[in-house]
Design a protein around this ligand. Structure first.
Ligand code: AQP
Length: 330
């Protein structure tokens, strides 16, 4: 039996190096005859950032183009929109009955975002985001969910919800997914503040966007915060900035941290930062060119989404119907 792999991304802001190295870069690697891979754009999740209608549309189509530019074969592996499959929202409502306020209050991403946004920004949708995410995953019986480290807690909650549901109804109706992270770069930090996760909502010079021109990438890395030790060494506690750069370089080149430490031993941080910038520029150049080519053809991007929707819709419908029947909804 094929393994079902599923992952999604929110169309808020522009795609950055953190989301790329922590998750998206891994996604095309799952495409094989042994796997069935589902990629979705979490446009309903994006609503809690209150985008304008034109922003949301633009960022959604941008993401379709990025996913294709990364090498996802949409003929074989569906790319679809969360909002076009109403069963995501309906299952979310059902699952709301299997999760407590206490559990959702403990989600660190909610706590961080709620703290930053003040009472006006503490939307119910932000609070229940992990339940919709659980629905996104459980609806399709995903075996594996490749995500960045920040999403681990949400996948763990998904497992708890599924386990509770299965326990109540006495059989394995919902599959417990496992999460996977890349070896390096599961949590890429801001270049200007290595204590904070690189995020679209943080933005600024500490965030490297996939569409940044080469000179901008070069400048952002040249200004990356390091320390006064003057040694290229992996030590997250004492040298978080240098360690973040080492992880980025290791992820991009595929070399080990030890090899990189040796290579830059005795060099100043200037050469090291330059090398990281060059590696990132080289990695992104072909993807940027492919993105620019694909993004011009909106009709094609919409066609990809329709194909994705057609591929997954009946499965979602059948799964939800099964669950509703088990629950006793007539
Ligand atoms: N800094 C990061 N390091 C490693 N992985 C990351 N991911 C995001 N940031 C990093 C992973 O990228 C995937 C898609 O994330 P998302 O855009 O759907 O949501 P997010 O995690 O909330 O990303 P942001 O940039 O922090 O968005 P905002 O600021 O809008 O909330 C996920 O697998 C995520 O783990």
């Amino acid at each position: 039996m094929k393994k079902r792999v599923l992952s999604g991304i929110k169309p808020t802001g522009d795609v950055h190096l953190g989301g790329y190295l922590g998750a998206m870069r891994e996604w095309p690697k799952y495409q094989s005859s042994e796997n069935e891979v589902f990629y979705f754009i979490a446009d309903l999740h994006a609503l809690n950032a209150r985008p304008t209608a034109s922003e949301l549309r633009t960022k959604t189509l941008d993401l379709v183009a990025w996913l294709l530019a990364l090498g996802i074969d949409s003929e074989r592996n569906p790319i679809y929109l969360q909002s076009q499959i109403p069963e995501h929202s309906e299952l979310c409502w059902l699952l709301n009955n299997f999760v407590t306020m206490g559990e959702l209050s403990r989600m660190t991403q909610y706590k961080d975002k709620a703290q930053k946004s003040g009472s006006e920004g503490q939307l119910v949708a932000l609070f229940t985001y992990p339940v919709l995410m659980a629905a996104d995953i459980l609806l399709y019986g995903a075996d594996e969910v490749p995500v960045g480290e920040d999403q681990t807690q949400h996948v763990e909650l998904t497992r708890d919800i599924a386990q509770r549901f299965n326990g109540i109804y006495g059989r394995e109706l919902l599959k417990l997914p496992k999460f996977t992270h890349p070896a390096h770069s599961a949590r890429v930090m801001m270049l200007d503040d290595p204590a904070r996760k690189m995020s679209k909502s943080e933005g600024g010079d500490g965030c490297v966007y996939l569409m940044d021109p080469q000179e901008v990438i070069d400048r952002k890395f040249s200004r990356a915060v390091t320390d006064s030790e003057g040694v290229v060494r992996f030590n997250k506690q004492d040298q978080p900035g240098v360690s973040n750069l080492l992880e980025i370089l290791a992820a991009v080149t595929g070399e080990t941290i030890e090899v990189l430490e040796q290579r830059f031993a005795g060099n100043g941080y200037g050469d090291f930062k330059k090398a990281v910038a060059e590696a990132v520029i080289e990695e992104l150049a072909p993807i940027q060119a492919e993105f620019a080519r694909l993004r011009k053809d909106e009709a094609y991007l919409l066609e990809v989404l329709t194909r994705g929707k057609d591929r997954v819709a009946s499965e979602a419908r059948e799964k939800l119907a099964e669950l509703k029947q088990v629950i006793g909804l007539v």
